[in-house]
Each structure stands twice: as C-alpha cells, then as structure tokens.
Design a protein around this ligand. Sequence first.
Ligand code: ATP
Ligand code: MG
Length: 733
Amino acid sequence: MSDLLANLNDPQLQAVTLPPQHALILAGAGSGKTRVLTTRIAWLISSGQCDPAAILAVTFTNKAAKEMLARLSTMLPINTRGMWIGTFHGLCNRLLRAHHRDAGLAQLFQILDSADQLAAIKRLLKTLNIDDEKFPPRELQHFINAQKEAGLRPDAVEAWDDYTRRRVELYREYEGQCQRESVVDFAELLLRSYELLERNEPLRRHYQRRFRHILVDEFQDTNRLQYRWLKLLAGGDPPACLFCVGDDDQSIYRFRGAEVGNMRDFEREFHVANVIRLEQNYRSHGNILDAANAIIRHNAGRLGKNLWTEQGAGEPIRVFEAFSDADEARWIVEEVQQLVRDGALRSDIALLYRSNAQSRVLEHALFSAGIPYRVYGGLRFFERQEIKHALAYLRLIANPDDDTAFARVVNFPTRGIGARSIEVLQDAARTYNTSLYATVPHLTGKPGTTLAQFVRLIEDLRRETARLPLPELVDHVLERSGLRDHYKAEKEGRERLENLDELIGAAANFVAESQADPEALAADHALLADFLAHASLEAGEHQAEQGMDAVQLMTVHAAKGLEFDAVFLSGLEEGLFPHENSILEAEGLEEERRLMYVAVTRARKRLYLSFAQSRMLHGQARYNLRSRFLEEIPEPLTRWLTPPKPRGNAATGFGGYYEPPRGAFATRPAAPAVPSRREEGGLHIGQLVSHARFGQGVIVAAEGSGANACVQVNFGASGIKWLKLAVAKLEPC
Ligand code: ATP
Ligand code: MG
C-alpha cells in the first residue's frame, strides 16, 4: 500500500487518500491530476474501502480510458475488465445496452457518428422536400445537438420566431426518423441515458447504490448535460463521492458547449470542502514550463495558479522561421531524424497542429523520408469510405431498419437501383411509417423487383452469418456483398482492399480484447452489435500500423492529457494559430490561448515551434504574420534558428544548429509493485476513523509499534496529521 503512495508529494497524497467526501482537484498541466485520479482508484480498492464495481470513472478519450485500465492492472492484483471506466459516451452506451427496453430502444441499436448524423439529416430534408439552402444541414445538426446537450426535447424548446419553430419541427421529425431506424447519435446517448435514470426510479436507485465513488478527469470540459448526469448518479442516499479533477486553463471545448462554470457550480452545489491545488509540475523542463506560464498569464479571469518544477531549465525552446510550409516540414523531419539518431523512440515525438488540413504536408515529408508515423484523428480508419460501406452491410445485418446504412449500400456496388427507385421507396416509407427495409415488400413494378433482390441479399447474409465467429462473419460479408470485387476492379483499389482486410483484423482484435465467447454470442449477432458500437465510439483513435514505433501526428485538441518527450508545434501564424475564426473576439482568442497552453505543456524535454512565411492551404498560397503567441514567450527561453537561404539549399539540410546532448531520453521508471495491506494496533491503512477535533479521516501510513505506534491520517479539509495512537483516541468508523 505504501508503495502505491510512495512517490506522491504532499498535496497529491492528500488528494489520493481523502476521506469519502466530494473533492475538486484544481491544478495546472502536468501536475499529476490524472495520476492522482488513477492512484485514488487503486487506493480505494486496495485499502478495502470499496469494491471495483463501486467505481465509476470518466475519462475524456477512449485512449485515456485504456491507459487508465492498463495502469490500474499494474497497480492492483485484480481483473479490471469489468470496471466502469470510460468516456461519457462509452459509459452511456453501456447503460443503454443493458437497459435498452426501459430506454425505448431496440436491442441492437446503432450509433450514428457525426458524419452519419449529417447524412441522416440530409436524407430527412430530402424526404420532406425541404430546401437545404434555407435549412443548411450542418446548421440544423448543430441546432439539434445543442438542444439535446441542453437536455431539451422538441416540446421543451422555446421558439419565439417562425424560423426557430420550423427548426424545432425538423428536430421532431429527425427524432422520429432515428427512432424508426433504431439509431442513436452521440448527443442522444447522453440525453437518453440521463432521461432513463431520471424517469426510472428503481434503476436509478440501483446505480446510485452501486457507484460509491465517481471520478471525473478533465472536468473543465464537461457540458451541462454531462454535469447533470453526474449529479443524478451521485445524488443517491447516501450520496456517492464525486472526485473531479480539472484545469480551467485547459478548457478548449467551449465551442462544443463545455462550461468551465461547472467547476464553480460543483464547488457550490456539492459544498465541496476539499479543493486541492497541485502546483508542482513533473512533466516539463523549466524553460517549457516558464513559456507556458508566460503565455497563459495573458488571459483574464483565470482561477489562478502558477506551476513550478524541480527539473532544471533544460534545452531552450527552438523557434524556426521557414520560407514555406514545405520547408518547415523538411526542417521538422530533419530534426526528428536527429532525435531518433540520438536514441529517441519515435512514439515519444509528437507533431502537433491547430487544424487537420495542416497534416498533409507533414505526412508527405515524413513519408518521403521513410519515417513511420501515425495520425490520430483526421483521416480515420473507421471513417474511410470502404470501411463505412462494409460497416453499413454489417449494420444492416444487425439491424435492417437502419435507413442510413440501407441508403449507403443499397446501390453500392451498383446493382441497377436508380435514384428514382429510392425516391419511390422513401415516399412509401413515409406513408407506411416504416423503415426503408420494411417498406420494400409494399412496392410493385421494377423498383419493387430490384429492391427485393437487395433485401434478399441482406436476409441471406443474416442467415449465413448467424453462426459464424465475428472475423469470419466480416470476411464473408466483404465477399458476398461484392465489395471486394468492386475494389479489386478499381484502379486505385489496392489500399482500400488492404483496409477492408484490416477490418477483419479489427474484428479479431475486438473479440480477443472483449474476451467474449464468440460461439455463444454469434447466434443473435449481439457480438456484432457490440463491435459496431465499438467502431463508432473508437473511430479515429487507432491508426493502422499497430505495434510499430511511429511518430505521432495529431491536432492540439486530440493531444489533451497526453505527453511526449519532444513536441513540434508548426504553423504558428496569425490566422492559423490563433485561428482566423477566433481572432476578432476576446473570448475566442482566450480559448485559442488555452489551446496554445495545452500544446506547449505536452512537451517533456524539447519543444520546437515553427512558422512559415508562405503556406499553401486549401489550394491557395497564404502569407501570414507570425503568431502573437510566439511574442508572448520571453526571449531568454528561446533560441531562434536563422533560416537557411531560400530554395536550392534543401540538399544541405537544416541540421547543424546544435548538438543535442546524449541521454536526453532516459527510460521511464517502472510501475510500482502490488501494494500490501498493513495492520497496526487493530487499525489498518485505508481505514476510516474519527477524531474528536479533526473529524473523519483515513489512515494513510503507520510507523512504530506498541506505545510508540503512530499513524498518519488524512482528515481532508483539516489536513494530514501524524498521531500517536496511545494519545489520539481514534475511533474506527
Ligand atoms: P494534464 O493537465 O496535461 O492532463 P495531469 O495534471 O493530468 O496533466 P499527469 O499526466 O497525471 O498530469 O502527470 C504528468 C506526468 O508527471 C506524468 O508522467 C506523471 O507520471 C508524472 N508525475 C505526476 N506526479 C508525480 C510524482 N509525484 N512523482 C513523479 N512523477 C509524477
Ligand atoms: Mg491529465
């Protein structure tokens, strides 16, 4: 047990071992928030204070959830698989799957990602014959999601003008369409599970009793509905303990409805006695940290904190001015190669950028230099056209009423079903109020015949795959649907075929990871539905080339919570970063600055900043000024690299500016050993005790024996105290 706590500093130790009360850990980047949260879970379980099943932990990405589970299994001798640790979406999906009937959903409901949702909205507008210039689909999507995130169903939306009234009508129609098709979008996952818990008292009681500790990472980026969801789950009798960690300076999802105000509300509404601040940063060298502090200081209205580190100043921050984006990319590649020659792992190097479009030129430079890389977000495996087609067939097998999937592949590969036939089908579906699939038998004439053939194909597939293990099922569908042949015949189809094969690999991985019994579940396609949910939720978080040491590419948004030895941040130009959409508005600019703060604080040892005098973006050359954020970094922390002479010099390379010191990339310490339970004077570590003056506390450590026995107790707001057992009169609770 003490091993578990051994490396924590005082405020971290206090946070990890707090007595069961609500707590807010408010701390800057790299100060150990995520580590504290994970260690607290391990501490609660290993000290016997609660069962793994009583923990609910919310992370911001699936990647973070996986890392947390992996870390817990090194800390605890238990199987962590069944634990409720995941993103809000992942946890809501789990809840709705388990109680689909109570939630009014089909057992094998499908999840619409945001591209699917947009397609569904476009389809709806078309069916209703609505001009999409008057009601742009993207805007409508945003409107619907904003209502759902505010917890509002169409009946509850206040509409003062005709335009809004019409949009509310469309929201209602969209809901009807989703319900008919048994599909659920991301915002719906949350709202539906919130309503389920709110409406269904026995169920709510069950989960309120079950989850004794609810822990939330990146709390600053929760939206209103997520906050209410937490409040509902924690609001049992007795209430659960809510343990939230966050950093107001890293709130970067305001545009998606996140509210930093949730932190203040939480403190007030839950009477949080324990607000703990962590100010020591363990991640970054001094120069990097000083730069981050200097940048964020330009924002007004912060909750206020300053990070410090015991690590030395380290290397200066390299700033490079390139002539063009291509030069910039070449310079980055040269530096990456130098780092790798010096012993760095490629996966410890990240290339970050503000917008996805910037990745292409970096990818090209890396590819040309033969450096393996992986893109997170952006070009996502599960979003590639061929994968979406394959998934659409699989979705129809799991749920034939899924109209989005139906529309995607009814004529792909082409089978002579024209747009006219689809229109007839859609009209009929509206008349009968049934899904497209279920409407087919009502049609006569040529459309009826060709569509019936498609329906037969899906029915055959359902039958043929009913007893197949998941990977074979996928393989069979790729073959029988004609997708493979289609891409074989395509000139540029090779990569697409490889991707399709990769989907079989993804299915095999999924079976192995979920440890499900494929035989038992194959029969009713339940495992397939789980796999499809996984595909929607995990889209974009794994790029191919699994297991290979690769440089990491991602947007700054996607880098939240992560850390790398070396970080390259390119495109530091006005209009790009800060982004042109946010420059004119004070609030927008502050959000950009927080994003810059997130970017800078991802780096452990080396930070490289660069900008280009000219850049091709969306097919046009742009000439931008360098970013104001560069000016906000104090000069002594940086080393500006003189740009090489224009053109023609590329062959001589851009190296030779400095010699990186050897051994800059030390190996990281091993994970702590499994903790043991210690007994002292009838009391044990982790035990809840009460003291006449300090109130309730938890025993954190023990020393000495007999008359000299002392224990260290964390009394939460009253602090951590060493007490002599013979004197202190501690009562076990
Ligand atoms: P972010 O705000 O970026 O999410 P964070 O506050 O969650 O950061 P962590 O990721 O938990 O910070 O920790 C940053 C790094 O510091 C990690 O590598 C972590 O293992 C390390 N660290 C945290 N606390 C300590 C400690 N007491 N001793 C040594 N290393 C620590
Ligand atoms: Mg973190």
